[in-house]
Ligand binder design. Sequence first.
Ligand code: SF4
Ligand code: SF4
Length: 352
Amino acid sequence: MPLLTKAKQRTVISALRDSNVRDIEQNYNEPAKLWCNEKWITAACLRCSDQRCIRYIDAEISCGSFSDFPYERNLNVCPVDAIKWNFEKELPEIENGKCIGCGLCAARCPVGAIFKADNKMKVSAPESDDYIDLPINYENLVKHKYFVQEVDKIYWNHQFQKESDRIMEEIYEKISHYDGRSMVPNVLVRNLIIALNHECAISRAGDIYTRMDAVYSSKIKPKCSGVVEIEFGRDTLEASRGILDDIAVMHSRNNLGKKDNAALVVCLSFPNKRQGYFQVIKDIHRVLDLKIQTISLGALLLLVWNGAAVNFLSREFYVDFDNLSIRGITEFRLNRHVLLSEGKLGILEPEK
Ligand code: SF4
Ligand code: SF4
């Protein structure tokens, strides 16, 4: 008879000795700093029991506005499964060989303890006297939860990393290994949209009956909902046609009128003018009065790395044959210039 191995169990959580956090600041490529009783403390992992840098709860990967949508139950924050809990160290551990550097785990950390430095993802450990380890029991878990809830109310500037052509090239090179049969692109896009303060659900792996790749809805008012087509291959023209299907299905079966559907095409790179995609988008606008928005993976990453607020309701990511760039709106949302060369990887405008 095989021996039953005992499931590994968590034993401690960590807390700040002084939990009176008033402000949080983060500079690129460093852990955040917490303003606690007149001094700055370097953020470190609180060894959260729910490990929210690693997984979502089910309510976070569904979309309340589309309760019938058959959604994928993948709870992983990391689209490539590169972050795990290390039970010996009682810390999250990142396998840098697998990591694509998307920053999603860092964006989920309430105190900014995950950061990138020397081209590696790192977790700041609670080793200074400012932190204390506590046994896992009901009272400590309740205190911990309350602390995180209070910290979540602080508005702070997430600054994960400053973009560069090289950083984007590395990420695009890594993601290009995942083709259309893999769920990685869809999970990555879902998690980025969630990181932008929206609900988002992707259709189940292998589900041939659900037409759209994803649905989303903003969490704050005025409410904005829409369908999403994710196209990381070369067939973006197919995405512009597919999204019309999605809009029709939503209109007839889910009562989401075409005017209320802030539809989104998420591509790896903007197609070039010759491929006809932007002409189709323009035709759809002219004939059907529908503004389909287009955003690239790289633009979503830029917005998440900088904690930007986005507004898909006003169709601000609409581009067509006459206006092929989302650089202006991305810079507006970041409140600074984007440090990417023109046409780089087709992230903000078609490649040159
Ligand atoms: S890295 Fe952040 S989210 Fe993850 S366990 Fe530590 S404090 Fe919690
Ligand atoms: S940065 Fe992205 S790929 Fe790397 S461990 Fe975090 S979530 Fe995973």
